[in-house]
Design a protein around this ligand. Structure first.
Ligand code: GLV
Length: 328
C-alpha cells in the first residue's frame, strides 16, 4: 500500500504509517501545482492532503487506484466530495480535535479587535506611548455583557459561546439550520433568524462550513443590517464573506471592525483590508497550536490506516461510498 502526502506533516503521524508497513512519499518542498500533484499520486492508494490543496474531480479521476483522501482539517471544501463519492473514493477529515483551539483563537480575535490590541502594540513599539491619559488614542469597546451572535452553532460555535457566556457574561444569540438544544439549555443561547442576529448582535462570529448555501452569506445587504458598532469575526472559511463588500462596509463605517483568520482567495489578502486599522488579520492559524496540529496529523494517519486495512475510517465524510461495497 502506498500513500502520497502532499505537504509536510508531523513525524508522529509518519511513524504511525511506518508501524503499519505503509510506504509513503511526502512532498517536503513547495506546494505542488495541480499537474504536479496528479503526477505524484499516480502510484498511490491513498492521499493525505491539507486544506490548501485543491482536490477536484480531475485530480481524483487521474488515478483509478486511489481509494482514500485524508484531509488534515475539519473543513473539506477543498475536496470535490461529490466527485469522490461517484468514484467510490473515501474522504476523511479531522473533527473534534481542533474545537477548543479554534474557539480560543476566535475569542482572541474578538478581544483584539474590540480592544484594539494590535494597533496599540504597534503604537507602543513605535515609542509613541508618552504617558497615561484618560482619553487615550486606543479607546476600544467593552466585550463583557454584550450580545454575541454565532452563525453555525456546531462544535466550534458552541465552544466560543461557552467562553463568551461563562467567562464574559455575554448574551448568546445563534443562527443555524439545526437547533442546538444543549447550548440553549446550558448556555442560555437563544435561537434567532439570521436577520435578527444581524440586527441585534454587538459581535458576530462565523462558525459554519463553506457550502453553496453559506457562500457570500455576508454581503452588502447583511452589513447594512448590522449595528454600526458591531464587529465581525471569521475563523471559518473566507468565501462565507464577500470580501469586497466587507471592505466597503468597513470603509463606509457600516460596521465597526473585523477580525479575520480566513480570506476569499487564500493565501491572497484583499489589498484594501491591509490598509484598514479597524481589522485584525491573521494567516489562517485558528487551529495552530503544536498540540492540536499534531493531533490533526495523527488523526489523518488513523483514518488512512483504517481505510487501507479495509475498515471504515473513524472520520469518514462520505459514508455512501461504503454502501455498494468498498472495493473498486
Ligand atoms: C481549518 O481551517 C480546518 O478546517 O481544520
Amino acid at each position: 500500500m502506498r500513500v502520497y502526502i502532499s505537504q509536510r506533516i508531523f513525524s508522529e503521524a509518519l511513524e504511525m504509517l511506518r508501524k503499519e508497513g505503509i510506504t509513503f512519499e511526502m512532498n517536503e518542498g513547495a506546494r505542488l501545482s495541480k499537474e504536479g500533484l496528479i503526477k505524484k499520486i499516480q502510484e498511490a492508494d491513498g492521499l493525505i492532503c491539507l486544506l490548501s490543496d485543491g482536490i477536484d474531480s480531475e485530480v481524483l479521476k487521474s488515478n483509478p487506484k486511489l481509494k482514500v483522501v485524508c484531509n488534515v482539517a475539519v473543513g473539506y471544501d477543498n475536496i470535490d466530495v461529490g466527485a469522490a463519492t461517484k468514484l467510490k473514493i473515501m474522504v476523511t477529515n479531522t473533527p473534534g480535535v481542533l474545537t477548543e483551539t479554534t474557539a480560543d483563537l476566535a475569542f482572541a480575535l474578538l478581544l483584539s479587535v474590540a480592544r484594539r490590541i494590535v494597533e496599540a502594540d504597534k503604537f507602543t513599539r513605535r515609542g509613541e506611548y508618552k504617558g497615561w491619559e484618560l482619553i487615550q488614542p486606543h479607546l476600544g469597546r467593552d466585550v463583557y455583557g454584550k450580545a454575541l451572535g454565532i452563525v453555525g452553532m456546531g462544535r466550534i460555535g458552541t465552544a466560543v459561546a461557552k467562553r463568551a457566556s461563562r467567562g464574559f457574561d455575554m448574551k448568546i444569540l445563534y443562527y443555524d439550520e439545526i437547533r442546538n438544544e444543549q447550548a440553549e439549555k446550558e448556555l442560555g443561547a437563544e435561537f434567532v433568524e439570521f436577520e435578527e442576529l444581524l440586527e441585534k448582535s454587538d459581535f458576530i462570529s462565523i462558525h459554519s462550513p463553506l457550502t453553496e448555501k453559506t457562500r457570500h452569506m455576508f454581503s452588502t445587504e447583511q452589513f447594512k443590517k448590522m449595528k454600526k458598532s458591531a464587529y465581525l469575526i471569521n475563523t471559518a472559511r473566507g468565501p462565507v464573506v464577500n470580501e469586497e463588500a466587507l471592505v466597503k462596509a468597513l470603509r463606509d463605517k457600516e460596521i465597526k471592525g473585523a477580525g479575520l483568520d480566513v480570506y476569499e482567495e487564500e493565501p491572497k489578502v484583499h489589498p484594501e483590508l491591509v490598509k484598514l486599522d479597524n481589522v485584525v488579520l491573521l494567516p489562517h492559524i485558528a487551529s495552530a497550536s503544536v498540540e492540536t496540529r499534531t493531533k490533526m496529523a495523527t488523526m489523518a494517519a488513523e483514518n488512512m490506516i483504517a481505510a487501507l486495512k479495509g475498515k471504515e475510517p473513524p472520520n469518514l465524510v462520505n459514508k455512501e461510498v461504503l454502501k455498494g461495497g468498498q472495493e473498486r
